[in-house]
Design a protein around this ligand. Structure first.
Ligand SMILES: Nc1ncnc2c1ncn2[C@@H]1O[C@H](COP(=O)(O)OP(=O)(O)OP(=O)(O)O)[C@@H](O)[C@H]1O
Ligand SMILES: [Mg+2]
Length: 623
């Protein structure tokens, strides 16, 4: 039996009858309910839970305005026979009502609960936790999450950071392990996920209510490409205090070649180009390749420079007129095209793609449970960004398929999705990959969390496949697009005026969207982060090398590195640094010194000591 007084009563007329999916109810003027409030109707042996979607007021001639609300049914108990909502008293939903109203009882109780706290539903001074079902958030039933809303007010990036933290704290052990790959695409946005941020007492209360600790991520590894000089990191996370957890992301020819089709535009990918790339990848790169027609000694192609030498040899051979226009069934035009495109990568992706030394990549095969791998691509050329996306997502996919990534589920967070999967844009490799991820990822445990300002500008095949959708403050123009037609006008008004920290939430278990409030993420935001940890100014070559060595071994002192590096060729230094990074020796400086090799002193030519002329008196040539 309801313990509190009703707030009103269902009213139904012939023109506005109660139905199984919606009903009107009347209240007194001073009742504190509004759009998004949850209510309960008890009568005729049934309980109906509903959410308010519209409000009406009119003067009924008595001087007292009449107030009506329209409510959409969330659930009826018992569920069958399904009938019209009874004409009965209406109550504000209590804390105990929120669970059954949102069907959360099905997944938050029992021996193997799968609830993930996403925020609180607040009404009448009370706050009730709202949970998402991780079977529908991270698979296998449904998967993916998408969030939309205007810049700065919708709190999109913050909401995803908070939710990732919540998942890491509450993802049930019986569901296995989970990690996240966050691609930082904008400024310092995700650069400080491991640093505690300021939150208010209000936020702390919500954390407590949700049973979560207000803490930053404990296990975060940062990867950022280098700047074109090959030693300074291309990220805003360059403060000395954070250097230990920031590693360079460096790929070599091998890593790039596997994704060459990313950098070839659609017209380029014909069977011939494909065939030649396969030939390079399978027969030439990383192995000994012998072709006596080109030159007697075998080729050993490991780097872009080696590859260029190989191409040169082919062209020389063709120019000598030996093979006409064709070398080993590949036409010269195809070979030239691939050479140009690959050459283009090493120029446009300088800093990410290296020619000296070893690659440094995400720890494929050794991903840790509840770890975040943040990759900063904000400073990269769009082509290089595409390459990073393509390689990372493909690696995740392949390894999850083979079950050798190290974890069972991976959440890939892509902010500013409109840049990578726009409705009307060229059909790029990355766009196709995002579609594939959205459509098939859930079977593999590969989950996409994405954010953009305008959902209408992103491919429907990507947003539509997101089982869970969040909406922060929305733009009026966006709300006028057809995607929002199923929402009532009043709900759209609420969306257009949502305060920071409040979101509308769609989830498969909830019959209608629900409004929730979430606390600020407990980590440092990008904006506060750059203030507290200002990026280091770009360092001189030797200093940048010292900084990287010090990240491996705190004892390394700057002067010692300067002395070692002084007068050495940059390429040699980068190679020695790469070798040290790969080896991770206990004494980084000693290893680096050895890798750099003995300094070869330039030969100082002494005064030539010729053979003295034999002077004889009778020599006719002596002056
Ligand atoms: N739960 C919250 N409650 C109140 N304010 C919040 C909350 N979460 C974040 N904010 C504030 O909202 C502001 C914007 O947040 P955020 O950067 O996440 O927005 P965004 O939607 O990602 O914006 P953009 O589209 O520009 O990337 C920040 O100043 C942040 O401090
Ligand atoms: Mg953002």
């Amino acid at each position: 039996m309801p313990s509190v007084l009703p707030i009103g009563r269902v009213v139904a007329t012939e023109s506005k009858p109660s139905t199984p999916h919606q009903f009107y109810f009347r209240t007194e003027a001073d009742v504190a309910v509004g759009i998004g409030s949850l209510v309960r109707v008890d009568g005729e042996g049934r309980t109906v839970y509903a959410v308010i979607t519209d409000a009406l007021a009119y003067d009924n001639g008595t001087g007292e305005p009449a107030r009506l609300f329209l409510a959409a049914v969330l659930r009826q108990l018992p569920e069958s026979p399904l009938q019209a909502v009874p004409i009965a008293p209406v109550h504000l939903a209590s804390e105990e009502d929120v669970g059954p109203a949102l069907r959360m009882d099905a997944f938050t109780g029992g021996a193997r609960p799968t609830g993930i706290p996403v925020g609180v539903y607040a009404a009448g001074g009370r706050e009730s936790p709202v949970f998402l079902d991780c079977d529908f958030l991270l698979g296998p039933e449904a998967a993916h999450l998408n969030i939309s809303g205007v810049s700065g007010l919708a709190t999109k990036t913050s909401a995803i950071a908070f939710l990732l933290g919540s998942i890491f704290q509450t993802f049930p052990r019986h569901k296995g392990t989970v990690a996240a790959v966050c691609l930082n695409v904008k400024g310092p946005d995700l650069c400080f996920l491991d640093q505690p941020g300021e939150i208010s007492a209000d936020d702390r209360r919500i954390y407590a209510r949700l049973g979560l600790a207000a803490e930053p991520f404990a296990d975060v590894r940062y990867f950022a490409p280098l700047k074109p000089d090959g030693v300074n990191l291309n990220t805003l996370r360059t403060h000395e205090a954070l250097a230990g957890r920031t590693e360079p992301l460096i790929w070599g020819l091998r890593e790039v070649l596997d994704f060459a089709e990313v950098v070839l535009n659609r017209d380029d990918i014909d069977a011939k180009a494909d065939g030649f790339i396969d030939f390079l990848a399978e027969r030439v790169v990383g192995r000994e390749y012998r072709d006596d027609l080109l030159r007697p000694s075998p080729f050993r192609v490991e780097t872009f420079t080696d590859l260029e030498e190989f191409f040169r040899a082919i062209f020389d051979y063709l120019e000598r007129g030996r093979g006409g226009e064709v070398w080993r069934s590949h036409h010269v035009a195809t070979i030239r095209k691939i050479r140009n495109r690959l050459g283009n990568i090493s120029t446009r992706c300088k800093g990410l793609v290296t020619d000296d030394g070893a690659a440094n990549d995400l720890p494929w095969g050794r991903f840790a449970d509840r770890a975040v791998y943040a990759v900063d691509v904000a400073g990269l050329d769009p082509l290089a960004q595409d390459l990073v996306f393509a390689r990372i997502v493909s690696q995740l996919r392949e390894r999850l398929e083979r079950r050798d990534l190290g974890v069972d589920h991976v959440i890939v967070f892509v902010d500013e999705l409109n840049k990578y999967a726009p409705t009307d844009g060229p059909d790029t490799y990355v766009r196709r990959m995002l579609i594939d991820l959205s459509e098939r990822g859930r079977y593999l445990g590969l989950v996409l969390f994405s954010a953009q300002q305008f959902r209408s500008q992103v491919l429907r095949r990507v947003t539509g496949n997101a089982g869970t959708a969040l909406f922060g403050r929305m733009d009026g123009e966006e709300l006028a697009t057809p995607g929002y037609a199923t929402l009532s006008a009043a709900t759209r008004v609420k969306l257009a005026t949502l305060p920071k920290g409040e979101l509308m939430l769609r989830h498969p278990h909830f019959t209608h969207p629900i409004f929730v409030r979430f606390p600020r993420p407990a980590m440092l935001s990008g904006r506060d982060g750059v203030e507290r940890f200002p990026p280091a100014p770009e360092l001189a070559f030797a200093d940048a090398v010292a900084r990287q060595l010090r990240a491996l071994d705190r004892r390394v002192v700057l002067d010692a590195v300067r002395e070692l590096v002084d007068g050495r060729r940059d390429g040699d230094v980068r190679r020695a640094l790469a070798a040290t990074r790969r080896e991770r020796p206990a004494d980084a400086l000693a290893f680096f010194r050895a890798a750099l090799g003995r300094r070869v002193e330039p030969e100082v030519a002494g005064a030539r000591r010729g053979v003295a002329a034999v002077r004889t008196a009778d020599d006719p040539y002596v002056p």
